[in-house]
Design a protein around this ligand. Sequence first.
Ligand code: CP
Ligand code: NVA
Length: 311
Amino acid sequence: MMHLLKTSDLSAADLAYLLRRSAKFKAKPFGRRSVLAGETVCCYFAKPSTRTRISFETAVAHLGGTPLFMGAKDLQLGRGETLEDTARVMSRYSRALVIRTFEDAEVERLAAAATIPVINALTDGHHPCQSLADLLTIQQQRGKVAGQKIAYLGDGNNVAVSLVQAAALAGAHVAVASPDGYTLPDAIVQAARAVADKQGGSVLVTRDPDEAVKDADVVYTDVWLSMGHSDHERAERHRVLMPYQVNAAAMRKAKRDALFLHCLPAHRGEEVTAEVADGPQSAIFDQAENRLWTSMAVLYALVEEKLEGAS
Ligand code: CP
Ligand code: NVA
């Protein structure tokens, strides 16, 4: 397997391998400096980023390479050069391409033309790298992922899609509560259910936030208005999604020692209250740190061809 475009590109063994490799990088961050020695990695971000950009640039440095950051206006893409030509040219210089953009089709076209690994650093549809850090955090904080109940409340967005795919692969019980119009795509739910069945987990989709958080080991949420959404939707999204806010009352319905997770950036007072985000059950900064170790693991595994891919 050469690229990581979505979490469902991974086999269950790949996911387990990446989590083990991430834990090893956490224990020994500078043990593999020859992996990218003398090499560059293109990091093209058409949307803003704090964690993904910094963790990938740092990961490249830890592996001995040099990250090359490109923003939305920097490439000839904006002046009509094709994605395919861009991928072919980057492949002649660099060892990998990390890309954050809007449409999933853009990332797929780059990957089809590239001869170096392409890593999806967030699209409108997926956020696979985030899902790896999410699972690493759950594993570290609760000892295992398999069998854990993971509740996601709110918009069925890119982060939710990748979380559900990762949780299914790891044999967790994932429960997603969203209002009508904001649910996960049906095809994603069906495919994740089939994977979860094989791994001993399950995928529940509900309109009822109480049903999702009941006895949960992990409570997760994300912003109501993502980078790919229009600002015109803001007021309507707030109105419809407010019943899905993760607040102290919602956390009380989960297990007493349930973990609170959020991919960040968080909007306190919207999808989560400050009391929960900054409270004792919150592991959001460990989760953010884990973006670094998982970014290293992804780069390492793709460059060294350690992954088999989903069958
Ligand atoms: N969680 C995440 O992807 O954060 P950034 O948008 O800051 O990269
Ligand atoms: N769903 C959010 C995640 C940000 C990390 C977005 O796409 O903006």
